[in-house]
Design a protein around this ligand. Structure first.
Ligand SMILES: [Zn+2]
Length: 379
C-alpha cells in the first residue's frame, strides 16, 4: 500500500481534527462518495439483458443561435448500479415507486468479506460473518443500509473477472461465478435486525451459481430491497456514515438505476481520504467530491419499536390489497403476468401461478412489510 505524502497526511489530519472539534450535531464539511458506476456502453448487465443505450436526438448549434443537446436512453431495469424492488421476486410486494424513502436513506455499514471472496468466488456471506462484524463494530443499527464488500467491485467493468464470464445469452447464465448473500443470512437479517436495504458489489444479491434466487425471495418477502453493482465500497469505513440511494420513480417498476451516495464526516473523512490517496497513487479515478457546507445531519428515526420483531405467520401475499395493488392490477391488464416473455433473469420460463406458490419463504414479517399500520411513512 502506498503511504500518503507528508503534506497530504498533514492536510488530512488537520481536516479530521477540525471535524472532531465541531460541536455535536454539526459538521464543518462532509465528504460525499459516489457509490455508483456510470451508465455507458461498458455497463454490466445480466447476460440475457440488453445493455444501456444512449441515442443522440440533437447535438449542435441551432438556427436560433444557441447550442442544444438532447438524447434518449433505454435500459433494462436490472443492470449497472441498480435497485431491486421487492416485487422483483415477491408477488404483491412493493414496486419501485412504492419503496418508502425512509428505507433508502439511513446509516450505512460495510461488512468486508473480500478475503473470503478472494479465496472462493462463489462465496456465500453467512449470518456468522454478519455476527462477527457486530462483535467488532457493534449492532447493525435500525434502518441501516447494509453493504457487503466482496471486493468484486474492483473488477468492474471486466465482465469475466467481475461475473465469471463475458459471454451473453441464456447459456452464459450457467457460467456466472461471483459471491452473494446466503439465504440463511438473509433470514437472520430480516428476522433479527431492522434493516432498510442491503447492497453489494456484485451483479446479484444471490451468488452466481444460484438458480432459485432464495436470498432475493427472503429479503423481498420482507419488503427489504437490494442494491446491486454498488461501486467504491473500498473507500468506506465499516460504519459511521450515511447512505442515500435514490432510484428513478418508475411506476410499477421491478427495479431500476439508482444513484447512491455515502456521506462521511469526522474520522470517516480521514479513512476515506487515505483510501482515495492509495487509489490515486495507482492512477484510478476516485470518483469522489467534497461537499463543503452541507447542513448538519440529523440522525434518522428508525422504525417505531412497536413494529419490530413480530414473528408468526405473515400476511398472505396472494391477495394484495390497497390502491397500489389495484393500480398494478390495472397496469398489468388484471393478471397478464404469465403471458410475459422471459425477463432479465432470462431462461426463467414463466408459468401460471399454483396454490403452493402462495406460501411465505418463512414465517416472520418485517417491520417494513406493507400491511396497514405497520407501513413506515412513505409515498
Ligand atoms: Zn436486480
Amino acid at each position: 500500500m502506498t503511504r500518503p505524502a507528508p503534506a497530504l497526511l498533514f492536510l488530512l489530519l488537520a481536516q479530521a481534527a477540525s471535524a472532531c472539534r465541531a460541536p455535536a450535531g454539526t459538521l464543518a464539511g462532509r465528504r460525499v462518495i459516489d457509490l455508483t458506476h456510470a451508465f455507458d456502453e461498458q455497463t454490466i448487465y445480466w447476460p440475457t439483458a440488453g445493455g444501456f443505450e444512449l441515442r443522440v436526438d440533437s447535438k449542435g448549434w441551432t438556427e436560433g443561435g444557441f447550442y442544444y443537446e438532447a438524447n434518449s436512453f433505454s435500459s433494462a431495469e436490472h443492470g449497472g448500479t441498480h435497485i431491486d424492488a421487492p416485487i422483483h421476486f415477491a408477488e404483491g410486494r412493493r414496486s419501485l415507486d412504492q419503496i418508502p424513502l425512509e428505507q433508502l436513506i439511513g446509516p450505512g455499514v460495510v461488512v468486508d468479506v473480500s478475503a473470503a471472496c478472494a479465496r472462493d468466488r462463489d462465496h456465500l456471506v453467512s449470518a456468522q460473518e454478519l455476527q462477527a462484524w457486530e462483535r467488532e463494530h457493534g449492532r447493525i443499527p435500525d434502518g441501516a443500509i447494509v453493504l457487503l464488500r466482496t471486493g468484486f467491485g474492483e473488477h468492474w467493468p471486466d465482465r469475466e473477472r467481475y461475473m465469471g464470464t463475458d459471454e451473453r445469452g441464456p447459456e452464459a447464465v450457467s457460467k456466472l461465478h461471483f459471491p452473494g448473500l446466503h439465504p440463511d443470512a438473509a433470514r437472520w437479517l430480516v428476522a433479527h435486525r431492522v434493516i432498510g436495504a442491503i447492497g453489494l458489489d456484485t451483479p446479484s444479491i444471490d451468488h452466481g451459481p444460484s438458480r432459485t434466487f432464495e436470498a432475493h425471495q427472503v429479503l423481498f418477502a420482507a419488503d427489504v430491497p437490494a442494491l446491486e453493482n454498488v461501486a467504491n465500497l473500498e473507500l468506506l469505513p465499516a460504519r459511521g456514515f450515511e447512505v442515500v440511494a435514490l432510484p428513478m420513480k418508475i411506476r410499477a417498476g421491478s427495479g431500476g438505476p439508482v444513484r447512491i451516495a455515502a456521506l462521511l464526516g469526522g474520522e470517516c473523512v480521514l479513512a476515506a481520504a487515505r483510501a482515495m490517496h492509495a487509489r490515486e497513487a495507482v492512477g484510478q479515478d476516485a470518483a469522489t467530491q467534497v461537499a463543503p457546507q452541507l447542513p448538519a445531519h440529523a440522525p434518522r428515526q428508525g422504525p417505531r419499536s412497536s413494529h419490530r420483531h413480530r414473528r408468526g405467520p405473515g400476511r398472505s401475499p396472494g391477495a394484495p390489497t390497497g390502491h397500489g395493488a389495484r393500480r398494478r392490477a390495472r397496469a398489468s391488464g388484471g393478471g397478464t403476468r404469465a403471458a410475459m416473455p422471459t425477463g432479465p433473469w432470462g431462461g426463467l420460463a414463466l408459468r401460471a401461478p399454483r396454490k403452493e406458490d402462495r406460501r411465505q419463504p418463512c414465517g416472520w414479517q418485517s417491520p417494513w412489510a406493507q400491511d396497514g399500520a405497520r407501513v413506515p411513512p412513505g409515498p
